[in-house]
Design a binder for this molecule. Sequence first.
Ligand SMILES: NC(=O)c1ccc[n+]([C@@H]2O[C@H](COP(=O)([O-])OP(=O)(O)OC[C@H]3O[C@@H](n4cnc5c(N)ncnc54)[C@H](OP(=O)(O)O)[C@@H]3O)[C@@H](O)[C@H]2O)c1
Length: 334
Amino acid sequence: MKQYIMEPGADAIRLVDAEVPKLGPKDVKVQLKAASLNYRDFLMRQYAKEAIVPFSDGAGVVVEVGAEVQDFQVGDRVLGLFFPNWIDGEITREIHGVARGGGSVDGMLSEFVLGHEQSFVAVPEHLDFAEAATLPCAGLTAWHALFEHARPAKKGDTILIQGTGGVSIFALQLAVAFGLKTIVLSSSDEKLARVKEMGATHTINYRDTPDWDQEVWELTGKRGVDLVVEVGGAGTFERSMKSVKYHGVISLIGVLTGTAAEVNPFMIVGKSLQVFGIYVGSKAMQHRFHAALEEHSLTPVVDSVFEFEDADSAYVHQKSGKHFGNVVVRGMDA
Ligand SMILES: NC(=O)c1ccc[n+]([C@@H]2O[C@H](COP(=O)([O-])OP(=O)(O)OC[C@H]3O[C@@H](n4cnc5c(N)ncnc54)[C@H](OP(=O)(O)O)[C@@H]3O)[C@@H](O)[C@H]2O)c1
């Protein structure tokens, strides 16, 4: 079969011929129809120490099942879980150590993907493969950040969303569907016009307004937002603490501006904040997320779809920062 590999330090991913792994009794064999690119795939490109099959996210059709498989049959439409072993409950060191597209488990950018049946879930019926491919990492992370921790967002809350990438646009869609008010940051007025059309309450261009926390403060009547979907990381965390209300929530997700900074953690104490580290999510969360998508007829925003043979262009496009939502690669025979 055809499969991409990413080698440490290489400028581009490489298409190779690989053997199809042997099907175990509990395994399903999935023909990839679409895979979705995440910022995390750039991190893997930077930090992977050995060759890996890239892309944590993808969806396809079951073409073969092992003798003991119970949940799926040939022809089912499925997507792969980011954490194949995180079924329910809290994340553990063992669960964290096994993630798709990170070296421990092959990623999805392959003609066929094999794995234990527990590591797949059904594609929501109203979605096509490109849309479904965006759900395991970008989609589930946004869902978790809003609704799956101890202080979930509730109707009427105001949420601060940073940027217009995969996670953030999912957060906006979910927030609008669940009756939350939103303040969306972007470097582009054109993208801010699009988020307004999608139902964003307020928008701020963070390039034109580098002190955006002050604007958030004014927009919320000097109260602050209830929850921040924090994807910026080191460079935005301090402003997020300033933007959130007393006893508010920061869902800490990303590292777009890096991981290390001089941050005064005392504001967490001073404002009695709760900071939740969000790491994608479990299979149980994925099911609840899909139920919400179905109930609200939500369709993920696919920015662009690249052909399988041209998968490296997906990285080039996402790196340019021009994308809005999710960048997808079609499966080989899709
Ligand atoms: N913890 C987890 O489980 C988890 C899961 C998924 C993603 N992540 C992390 O979350 C982050 C976002 O991932 P993604 O895949 O959604 O990325 P992405 O699609 O590449 O989105 C990047 C977007 O973020 C915005 N951005 C960049 N710098 C910003 C800044 N200083 N302030 C505000 N917005 C900024 C830009 O939006 P504009 O073009 O509108 O300016 C950019 O287009 C990454 O750091 C990723 O590693 C973590």
